[in-house]
Design a protein around this ligand. Structure first.
Ligand SMILES: Nc1ncnc2c1ncn2[C@@H]1O[C@H](COP(=O)(O)OP(=O)(O)OP(=O)(O)O)[C@@H](O)[C@H]1O
Ligand SMILES: [Mg+2]
Length: 504
């Protein structure tokens, strides 16, 4: 009996059999762009090719990054922004939902705008636009964030009052506003509606009252982040190096979304007014990290930036734990998707369905550790080769040692689910260190806190930190000051202290 039988075959018949399958990687010349004009990301999984990202050979510069918490999304974004600024002098505006980028941006010499903590934006600021266009944008944001579309009369009243406020301040609605002229605020709009109500001649006073009530939510003392004179020059936002718009100081998810929508609208207008460019390039990157409401709604200008950005050298980077929260139009229009560790089958089903990668790549994603990624690229070429490949680890820039203080253990399940309260606070090692020295903690104890954190991905649990301080006889007042400095809310501080007392 023979074990092997030779068979005569014609080449066309041979080619139908998939004996030789294509390696799951694009050819090296698609991955290795000129290092002086591209950004190094990491080494590929199969052939160890150094992958240098450039927008030149792909359909557009936009990116989506998905992965579970701790997978390395923000780390990637930070490394990418730093290198993009070296290579192309790219500016960046980070819409920073949870204050994750603040410490890092400060360290790299960028600008931090902390809304709700000293910084304000007047959503009626025109920044070189026609007031009429700003009115439309404000109404659009209210449509996304409130139920105003269900009440056409209130919508009309609000829109008219906003227009009137511009007119009263000497603006011509259809003309580009002169620079430096003070815009009215939402408070002026509320006053106009109140006057109308007091006149008592309007037919539907309840409609007026409700319109006033809705606007007041954005103008209450302490929560009037959007109805005071702007403390930032929004007209210069797109060309100011690295700018972090820290939204973590605002008390409500809706306020954060309004700020994010406003920034996107302004950036879109600036982008259009700068004119389009024939050459490819990256003038400004806009980063949306975990801003689901803003990345998910099709009326949001995130979508406009994705659709039009390329010709204006604007790129959008969207990072999210849940791909289902990112609008389909973003996924289908970005040139590059980075898929980091994902554990949920339904997320993988969705990604595989819309990006169409192999089951080999899918099984690898399930095994990913921190910093590993599958990359899906839309190459602009007539040649056929796979656009999906794996990189062993994203190589990062670590300009500083950042530690995270995690307060999840003190939050209730519903607080965790509602995602309103920030769960982690980032600090540079030196800054926590000096806090701890100041309140009188011994050096050995401080060293122990950091070495423990190093074994846990540099995460410090708030309860173990506070118990350590209490057992080292640090007075409550110093602990409270420390927690306040971290940025923890007073009610949560009270909860932490009472938990420590009951544990004693
Ligand atoms: N490629 C990498 N190489 C080395 N360390 C990494 C890498 N990616 C992430 N890390 C480390 O892992 C930790 C978590 O990363 P990161 O904050 O980027 O996660 P994330 O995906 O943004 O999580 P979240 O969704 O909670 O914001 C950080 O301490 C970071 O320094
Ligand atoms: Mg993150």
């Amino acid at each position: 009996m023979t074990l092997i039988r030779l068979q005569r075959l014609f080449t066309d018949e041979l080619s139908k059999r998939s004996i030789l399958s294509r390696p799951p990687e694009p050819p090296p010349d698609a991955l290795m762009n000129d290092p002086l004009k591209s950004v190094f990301i990491g080494i590929t999984g199969v052939f160890n090719v150094p992958f240098y990202w450039s927008s030149l050979n792909i359909t557009n510069p936009h990116m989506a990054i998905v992965g579970i918490t701790g997978a390395g999304k923000s780390y990637f974004v930070k490394s990418f922004l730093i290198r993009a600024s070296y290579v192309w002098n790219t500016n960046a505006v980070i819409i920073d939902w949870a204050g994750e980028y603040k410490a890092w941006v400060k360290q790299t010499g960028g600008t931090v705008v902390s809304l709700g903590k000293g910084d304000f934006i007047n959503i009626m600021d025109v920044a070189g636009m026609r007031p009429l266009d700003r009115v439309k944008q404000i109404m659009n944001s209210f449509s996304i964030l409130t139920d105003i579309d269900m009440f056409p009369e209130q919508k009309r009243l609000t829109e008219e009052a906003i227009e009137q406020a511009y007119l009263n301040n000497g603006f011509a609605l259809a003309d580009i506003a002169p620079e430096g002229k003070d815009a009215p605020t939402i408070k002026d709009v509320i006053l106009l509606l109140q006057e109308k109500l007091q006149e008592g001649t309007y037919q539907y006073p309840a409609e007026l009252e409700n319109a006033i009530y809705r606007l007041r939510q954005f103008a209450r003392p302490g929560e009037d982040y959007f109805s005071r004179k702007s403390t930032i020059n929004i007209g210069k936002l797109a060309l100011s190096g690295l700018v972090d718009i820290d939204l973590s100081g605002m008390s409500d998810e809706r306020f954060r979304a309004l700020a994010a929508l406003f920034i996107l609208q302004t950036l879109k207008e600036l982008m259009r007014s700068m004119g389009w460019s024939e050459v490819k390039g990256l003038k400004t990157l806009v980063v949306l990290d975990e801003a689901w409401k803003v990345a998910g709604d099709e009326r949001s200008d995130a979508i406009t930036i994705v659709r039009e950005g390329r010709k204006y050298q604007f790129g959008l980077i969207v990072a999210s734990q849940s791909p289902l929260d990112v609008n389909e139009a973003i996924f289908s229009n970005v040139g590059t998707v980075f898929i980091l560790a994902i554990k949920f089958e339904r997320f993988l089903n969705y990604l595989q369905g819309s990006l169409n990668f192999s089951s080999y790549i899918r099984s690898e994603i399930l095994k990913f550790g921190v910093g590993q990624a599958a990359v899906v690229m839309s190459f602009q070429t007539s040649l056929k080769f796979p656009g999906t490949f794996i990189i062993k680890r994203i190589y990062g820039e670590e300009p500083l040692k950042v530690y995270r203080i995690d307060i999840t253990s003190i939050l209730t399940q519903s607080e965790i689910e509602s995602n309103i309260i920030p769960r982690t606070f980032e600090f540079e090692k030196d800054s926590i260190n000096s806090f701890l020295v100041e309140i009188g903690l011994a050096n050995e104890v401080i060293d122990k806190i950091f070495s423990d954190a190093d074994t846990k991905n540099r995460v410090i649990d708030i309860m173990s930190l506070v118990s350590e301080l209490a057992s080292n006889q640090i007075p409550s007042i110093s602990i409270v000051n420390l927690l306040k400095n971290i940025g923890i809310d007073d009610s949560i501080i009270a909860r932490i202290l009472s938990r420590v007392k009951t544990n004693e």
